[in-house]
Design a protein around this ligand. Structure first.
Ligand SMILES: NC(=O)c1ccc[n+]([C@@H]2O[C@H](COP(=O)([O-])OP(=O)(O)OC[C@H]3O[C@@H](n4cnc5c(N)ncnc54)[C@H](O)[C@@H]3O)[C@@H](O)[C@H]2O)c1
Length: 435
């Protein structure tokens, strides 16, 4: 039977992710059943953020009175509201302070991905972890999709033998890919760049599937689609507002006559529940995808070598005509292939979300494996992750090792950091063992 004691959580960063994935489910608001109801299992006893007006407006909208604190009072929050665990869910570059504070107070920390944005921050977390009785859980929800669990199971069963190399091409479309350039993610100091804030999901998947430690990375990449030199930036003597309005990205997805498809990343920018966002996004002028301030890449080709000899060839593009991935995993005894359309409704061709895996024994006939369809955010991953975190460990979690720890959180970030550093320095980057 699931345990029913209510665990006390405090949230660091009232992000839209935190609201949708953690705070609303814990409140279990009767008017918002789509977020789930975990109120029997946990309660939010404090929230800290740089934007008190945002937290207060949230309390008002929900009819709650969760104590709110400025981030600078994080320590005071922990001492005053005595949480049993922190949920760290602000912008990526801010996670380290929340995680270390939680560990220094001896409590567990649930961190949104990426755990941190570089190896130096990862070491701060691991040092604090080694001195603490608290644990760190990194919410790599991509591990929880049916397809990704099935791949892990096939590999664990030895169906491909020893993994030799992985081919992964993961593209984001002009809708979702561009959304990062309207938000804090476009700033390396806040996100580490897309090779961390987004690709950490992909690197974590491969680290987890291959069950090995990344050792060396070589990469090429650039900012090709966004920023001031974008080939899509409207030209001529135009005001900033005209540039925005005439942007082909806006015209494709946000023209006033279009009904927008639902995408939490863009809604995030546009305010959920009309909460203020002013501290993070001073509204005048609004962030635009052609801004000078953008200092990250939107295109990557990378090769990763693992300590046991496997390798990954990885390609990512954040302005592609359709979104999803193609994947091949080769082993000494077989191959797995997958193709995934993240949002079939946005594909410029007929696509559906019926998913299969192809499994080829190395000398045998192809086997087509049907993937179970499930409801819920990120292909059904988000509800499973919540249950795993807030109620009890799922059998699949124990079987496959779904819940990532601090070291796994660190290794995904270290690959992402090595990718952008390799691009900048035009050389292979070694990933130091974590010891
Ligand atoms: N796992 C997933 O699928 C998924 C999806 C979306 C976002 N995320 C992650 O969730 C986190 C939040 O992303 P988002 O886009 O929802 O954020 P957001 O932009 O909606 O909100 C960020 C919040 O953090 C606050 N903030 C800014 N600096 C802070 C600081 N120093 N301390 C505390 N709070 C601070 C802001 O005021 C704002 O309330 C990120 O780590 C992101 O990578 C994960």
């Amino acid at each position: 039977m699931p345990k029913t004691t209510r665990r006390r959580y405090a949230v660091v960063g009232l992000s839209n992710r935190a609201i949708g994935q953690y705070v609303l489910p814990m409140i279990g608001h009767p008017k918002l059943p789509e977020y789930g109801n975990y109120s029997q299992h946990g309660e939010v006893v404090g929230i800290c953020d740089i934007d008190l007006a945002r937290v207060e407006a949230f309390n008002q909208a929900m009819g709650t009175a969760i104590p709110c604190f400025l981030t600078s009072d994080l320590g005071r929050m922990i001492e005053q509201v005595r949480p049993e665990a922190l949920i760290v869910a602000g912008p990526d570059g801010t996670h380290v302070d929340g995680i270390v504070a939680g560990l220094n107070h001896g409590i567990d920390v649930i961190s949104e991905k990426p755990m941190v944005i570089d190896a130096a921050q990862a070491r701060r977390v691991l040092d604090a972890h080694s001195q603490s009785k608290g644990h760190v859980y990194v919410t790599f929800n991509y591990r929880y999709t049916q397809t990704h669990m099935m791949i892990k199971r096939l590999i664990m069963e030895g169906r491909v033998g020893r993994v030799t190399n992985v081919e992964m091409t993961w593209n984001l479309d002009t809708y979702h890919g561009s959304s990062y350039f309207y938000r804090w993610n476009r700033d390396r100091a806040m996100s580490g760049g897309l090779s961390i804030t987004k690709s950490c999901h992909h690197f974590d998947l491969v680290n987890w599937w291959v069950n090995d430690h990344p050792q060396q990375v070589f990469a090429y990449g650039a900012l090709n689609y966004y920023g001031p030199n974008s080939p899509h930036k409207p030209q001529g003597k135009l005001s900033a507002a005209e540039v925005r309005e005439r942007s082909p990205y806006r015209l494709r997805w946000a023209a006033p006559w279009l009904d927008r498809p639902k995408d939490d990343h863009l809604i995030a920018y546009e305010k959920v529940f009309n909460l203020p966002y002013e501290k993070q996004y001073p509204q005048d002028p609004p962030f635009d995808i052609f801004d000078e301030a953008i200092d990250i890449e939107d295109t990557y080709s990378a090769v990763v070598r693992y300590r046991g000899g496997a390798s990954l060839s990885y390609s990512a593009n954040f302005s592609a005509p359709w979104e999803g991935y193609t994947l091949g995993i080769n082993g000494t005894h077989g191959r797995i292939e997958a193709r995934h359309y993240t949002e079939p409704s946005r594909c410029p061709f007929p696509a559906d979300n019926h998913e299969t895996l192809n499994y080829y024994p190395i000398f045998g006939q192809r086997q087509v494996l049907e993937v179970l369809r499930v409801d819920g955010g990120h292909g059904g991953a988000d509800p499973m992750l919540k249950y795993d975190l807030f109620v009890e460990r799922l059998p699949q979690s124990k079987e496959l090792g779904l819940l990532a720890d601090a070291r796994q959180g660190a290794e995904a970030v270290m690959v992402g950091e090595a990718v952008w550093r390799s691009i900048k320095e035009n050389r292979p980057i070694e990933i130091e063992p974590l010891g």
